[in-house]
Ligand binder design. Structure first.
Ligand code: ATR
Length: 272
């Protein structure tokens, strides 16, 4: 029987997930489809219940439901518990099982990442938390967090046993990091950056979780100083690939989809 999958969000029209999963279903000759569903925040529970009744095999969850979905799932995987958020749900034996593939999807797209890599995380919100959980899972030891508000930074640093660095001191200490991951929403639909950074060098990689615009001011500044840059599209494809694998057991090809999406959204690969 044909299987079907979905993505729940609000708004949802911008989502590239349907295109990505449909392409992978075709490539692997799977009889399945994937639909975007616009959900009213007050109807999240009813929507999830309806998906079960209608035989949905799994779904993605996007803004603003990644945390709100938790009470409506039956089981939470370790990845979801650690991040406190869910982006992928699998239907298994009449149960909804929640996972979080965002952080691991992002890390999978940073080829140079090893347990010894010196990583700086900018931001201490939900996205930072998911990435820290994934860094922990990948056994990355040398992590520093910086954030505008000290309290949130200290809380997260304590939880994940990381170092902290005052936001105003980041630029003068920048060269001690190999990978810098910008996790705030600053730079989305604007030309701002959470912190002015000018001390990049060609040994470093700047990662921004934002993919629209394809090159934030944060990435422009890094690129101007010779650092490698990567935007949020890699994370988007990485999290999708892990979701696809959870649903089908197949690791899909990320390169082909990257090229399809690049044509529409602009360049995003490591430019080194
Ligand atoms: P999300 O769940 O998407 O990560 P969030 O929990 O609201 O969103 O967190 C947003 C992050 O962006 C926080 O780290 C926030 O810093 P504060 O903890 O100081 O609020 C950061 N952020 C938002 N606006 C910012 C700005 N103008 N400059 C610097 N950091 C900012």
């Amino acid at each position: 029987m044909k299987k079907w999958f979905a993505v729940l969000g609000n708004p949802i029209h911008h989502s590239i997930s349907p295109k990505m999963h449909e392409q992978w279903f075709r490539t692997h000759q799977l009889d399945a489809s994937y639909v975007p569903i616009l959900v009213e925040p007050s109807h999240l529970k009813e929507s999830v219940d309806s998906l079960a009744l209608l035989g949905c095999s799994g779904f993605n969850v996007t803004v603003p439901f990644k945390e709100a979905i938790l009470p409506f799932l039956d089981v939470l995987d370790e990845s979801a518990l650690a991040a406190g958020a869910v982006n992928t749900v699998v239907r298994d034996q009449e149960k909804w099982i929640g996972y979080n593939t965002d952080g691991l999807g992002l890390l999978a797209s940073i080829p140079q990442l090893t347990p010894e890599t010196r990583v700086l995380i900018i931001g201490a919100g939900g996205a930072a938390k998911g990435i820290l959980a994934a860094l922990h899972q990948r056994n990355v030891q040398n992590i520093t967090i910086t954030n505008r508000s000290i309290n949130k930074m200290d809380l997260l640093a304590k939880q994940y046993s990381t170092s902290v660095l005052d936001l105003t001191k980041v630029n003068e200490n920048l060269s001690q990091f190999e990978v810098v991951i910008q996790t705030t929403s600053v730079g989305m639909d604007s030309t701002e950056t959470p912190v002015e950074l000018t001390n990049w060098n060609s040994e470093m990689t700047a990662v921004d979780i934002i993919y629209s615009p394809p090159e934030t001011l944060f990435l422009q500044q890094a690129k101007a100083q010779g650092a490698a840059t990567m935007n949020g599209l890699a994370m988007l494809i990485g999290q999708g690939a892990l979701a696809f694998e959870l649903w089908t057991g197949i690791k899909p090809d990320q390169q082909e989809i990257r090229e399809t999406i690049f044509r529409q959204k602009g360049e995003t690969h490591v430019n080194k």
